[in-house]
Design a protein around this ligand. Structure first.
Ligand code: ATP
Ligand code: LTN
Length: 328
């Protein structure tokens, strides 16, 4: 039997190069070896304020981008989280088996609280990891490929599963996090100490997957770098290191070979070549995205099929949990 993979992206903004290199691109590369479930996690998106029209559009855009990037419905189930009610139901149940103290330690929550205004932080944002645990555990996933920022949430999922299994007997597969060696943490172009994030308010910090080529080039040429001159990986110079890492991931090279390639050349050269690589990588994505957006009926058909295939796996897990707890 093939191992199961589960992962998801929130329709909370325009998909960025960080989402692509840290998540989507890797899912495509590994989909042949596993039984895959790739979700558009709209219920996670609404833990922060969303405009309803935009949420609807972005959800469909994200499906189109999954398909355009090369996820293949013959190998992967692609679906929208809210279409399968078992996600909300299991999230509530897991809620009741997740200590508040575990949730309070989550750095994503702490970061978002630090940035946002206290009163407006929703209970959903605090509880976000219980829903994420439900996503993963419903499918008995063995592996969860994500960017570095999600490591802690997958570890919490594992702890919740362990706790539940201990109390009620074997119920959930314990998932492992899978993080890429390069590209797991792409940084903002305007502030390379912050991760590139699709809900960033500064559009110059991110490269959206649907940005036209001239805009991609402009943003990269203006990317913030330090005053050094040598193009080498150096934690003390996060700007140039980030650009080299983007290059490395797209070129599929080792860090040493990337440094050798740019030896004796200036930052301007690095920016130009990174822009060439990024533009070339985005072209087929944008083309595929256009094709699916022009054919809404095909997209609906794919989503209906995805929903049915996902529910067929999720519902039996939910029933098992309900029985063990004493709800049926
Ligand atoms: P938001 O800004 O709304 O919190 P986000 O850009 O962080 O969103 P998510 O939907 O939370 O995106 O993440 C989707 C996937 O992309 C996750 O696997 C996450 O780890 C990965 N990811 C997000 N940002 C980056 C990044 N800068 N570098 C690498 N991977 C990333
Ligand atoms: N929290 C994740 C998105 C997400 C996810 C999941 C990832 C929701 N459910 C299940 C992997 C598995 C994020 O990337 N912000």
């Amino acid at each position: 039997m093939r191992k199961r993979v589960f992962s998801g992206i929130k329709p909370s903004g325009e998909l960025t190069l960080g989402n692509y290199l840290g998540a989507l691109r890797r899912w495509v590369a590994m989909q042949d070896a596993y039984e895959n479930y790739f979700c558009i996690v709209d219920l996670h998106a609404i833990t922060e304020p969303q405009d309803p029209q935009e949420l609807r559009r972005r959800t469909r855009d994200l499906v189109a981008l999954y398909l355009a990037a090369g996820l293949d419905t013959a190998k992967s189930v692609i679906f929208v989280q809210s279409h399968v009610a078992a996600h909300s139901e299991l999230a509530w149940l897991l809620n009741c088996f997740t200590p508040m103290g575990w949730l309070e330690r989550m750095t994503q929550y702490k970061d978002k609280v630090a940035k946002g205004s206290g009163e407006r932080i929703s209970a959903g944002l605090f509880d976000y990891p219980a829903l994420m645990a439900a996503d993963i555990l419903l499918y008995q996933a063995h592996l969860v490929p994500v960017g570095d920022d999600q490591r802690q949430h997958v570890e919490l999922t594992r702890d919740v599963a362990m706790r539940f299994n201990h109390r009620f007997g074997d119920t959930f597969v314990l998932p492992d996090v899978l993080i890429g060696e390069a590209g797991a943490r792409i940084m903002s172009l305007t502030d390379p100490t912050q991760k590139m994030s699709k809900s960033d308010v500064d559009p110059n910090g991110t490269i959206a997957l649907l940005d036209p080529p001239d805009l991609v080039r402009r943003k990269l040429m203006r990317a913030k770098t330090d005053s050094g001159t040598e193009a080498t990986f150096d934690p003390a110079r996060p700007g140039i290191t980030n650009l080299l890492e983007i290059y490395q991931t797209l070129a599929g090279e080792t860090a040493e070979r990337v440094e050798a390639h740019f030896a004796g050349r200036g930052y301007g050269d690095v920016k130009r070549e990174v822009a060439d690589r990024v533009i070339a990588a985005l072209e087929p994505l944008q083309e595929g995205h256009r094709r699916y957006v022009d054919d809404p009926a095909e997209l609906d058909r794919q989503l209906q099929q995805g929903r049915d295939r996902a529910a067929a796996v999720a519902e039996p897990t939910l029933r098992d949990v309900q029985e063990k707890i004493g709800l049926r």
